[in-house]
Ligand binder design. Structure first.
Ligand SMILES: *Cc1c(COP(=O)(O)O)cnc(C)c1O
Length: 433
């Protein structure tokens, strides 16, 4: 399969090129030349398929020509070797728990898949590739864990000092080996700006092969389709009608993967994109006008995005047909106050502990169901223990650290503290990476 740039000013490329380069030379996002259609028999028999069989079936049209089938099978089996349970919260809403991976957030799936693709593409190359990534918390941990020990790839993570939770910081800073963490004395936007400048810097790019690992990369975006299929396997055992699916959204990569799966034939009745008060997309849905904003800090901080990069891909799937888009997708914004109230209310009624991102989705979906028939599920994108300040205060109880994360507590943070200044980071990269 080939991929074209949504800016339409760059040549079409194969999966390998798009995964290695991230963005097209005209700064556009890559998009598949055609959307594969799944066979009816595949969907009919999905209940009997393993996660790996589903993964290979869904991903192979995209990777064909770049990754042989047996290698894809290996990559998929390493990517999805944990559980994706669909758990009932109450009668109307279930939770697709995407936090059973190594760093307890859904980004593990994309990061693992991408890292193994890059490892494969680098197999015969002498030089190294350096993955440079800015994080507000979850991306960094997932990328660090996904790329740990991958031959020929170094990872440099920039994170804002004092702005990530203790577990997130340990996940970023304790890997060692080919993973280095830079603790930047600034905010997330500073980290992101430095990374963007690095990709444009001629001298740096002469010295090293730089690539990004954010959600615009097709090797991170496309495998996120898989858990919508895993959810469907579980959904049809209890329900006749297709679900309403609510996705807590920031950069809109996750929901866009679900919409793509639906365009390939996966039954989903309606999508609800839930945002926090960074509400440029809900505003777009109500006015038809898109106006990017400066991101505002909230308690669901992985969604603090003022200009979601993947939304252009959503528009492309609907071929920019606004009425068709609105028929399939809705979008609403949820305040911090309502998010906390939702965590409290759901916990006291059902004992289920939502994280702030899942709570945004729960609130959006339960409000939506007041005017629309149908059951649905939310994507629970991270484990609540990653956001202890908010969740423990609201439910008045400590959240135990899951066993598989306990090992982090005995590890020692290793990070290089640097000023939020491009030239400072650049000279560190020139000397160290
Ligand atoms: C990254 C993230 C999101 C937002 O996902 P997008 O694909 O950027 O829309 C939501 N919740 C959590 C916990 C995240 O880490």
């Amino acid at each position: 399969m080939n991929f074209y740039s949504l800016n339409k000013q760059a040549p079409n490329v194969d999966f390998e090129y798009a995964a290695v380069h991230g963005q097209a030379p005209d700064k556009g996002l890559y998009f598949p030349e055609r959307i594969p259609l799944l066979s009816e028999s595949f969907l009919k028999n999905i209940i009997h398929k393993s996660k790996v069989e589903i993964g290979v079936e869904v991903m192979s049209p995209y990777t064909s020509g770049s990754i042989p089938q047996d290698v894809l099978e290996q990559i998929v089996s390493e990517t999805v070797d944990f559980d994706f349970p669909l758990v009932d919260i109450d009668e109307h809403i279930a939770s697709l728990e995407l936090f059973h991976g190594p760093t307890m957030a859904f980004k593990d799936v994309g990061a693992r898949f991408m890292s193994r693709c890059l490892g494969y593409f680098n197999r015969n190359k002498a030089g190294k590739t350096t993955v440079l990534v800015a994080t507000s918390g979850d991306t960094g941990g997932a990328v660090a864990n996904g790329f740990l020990g991958v031959e020929g790839v170094d990872v440099v993570i920039l994170y804002p000092k004092g702005k990530v939770s203790p577990i997130q910081e340990l996940q970023l800073t304790t890997c060692g080996q080919n993973i280095k963490a830079l603790e930047i004395d600034g905010v997330f936007d500073d980290c992101q700006a430095i990374v963007k400048q690095a990709f444009m810097d001629e001298e740096l790019n002469k010295k090293m092969v730089l690539t990004s690992a954010n959600s615009i990369n097709i090797a991170r975006w496309l495998p996120q389709q898989l858990y919508y299929f895993f959810a469907y396997q579980q959904w049809i055992q209890k329900n006749e009608d297709a679900p309403i699916v609510c996705v807590p959204s920031g950069n809109f990569g996750n929901i866009c993967a679900g919409i793509l799966a639906n365009a390939s034939g996966l039954p989903i009745k309606h999508f609800l994109a839930a945002t926090n008060i960074n509400d440029e997309i809900p505003k777009y849905f109500s006015t038809g006008k898109y106006a990017p904003q400066k991101a505002v800090a909230t308690i669901s901080n992985a969604m603090d995005v003022g200009d979601p990069s993947n939304f252009v891909r959503v528009l492309e799937i609907f071929q920019n047909d606004f009425p068709v888009l609105k028929d399939k997708v809705s979008s609403v914004s949820v305040s911090d106050e309502d998010t906390k109230e939702t965590i409290r209310e759901v916990y006291s009624r059902t004992n289920y502990i939502l994280d702030p991102h899942g709570a945004v989705a729960y609130k959006a979906l339960s409000d939506f169901q007041k005017n629309h028939q149908g059951k649905g599920y939310i994507l629970e994108t991270a484990h609540p223990v990653k956001f202890p300040d908010v969740v423990e205060e609201v439910i008045g109880k400590k959240i135990p650290i899951p066993e598989k994360a306990q090992y982090l507590l005995n590890k020692k943070k290793e990070a290089v503290g640097l000023a939020a200044d491009f030239n400072t980071v650049k000279s560190w990269l020139m000397g160290n990476a």
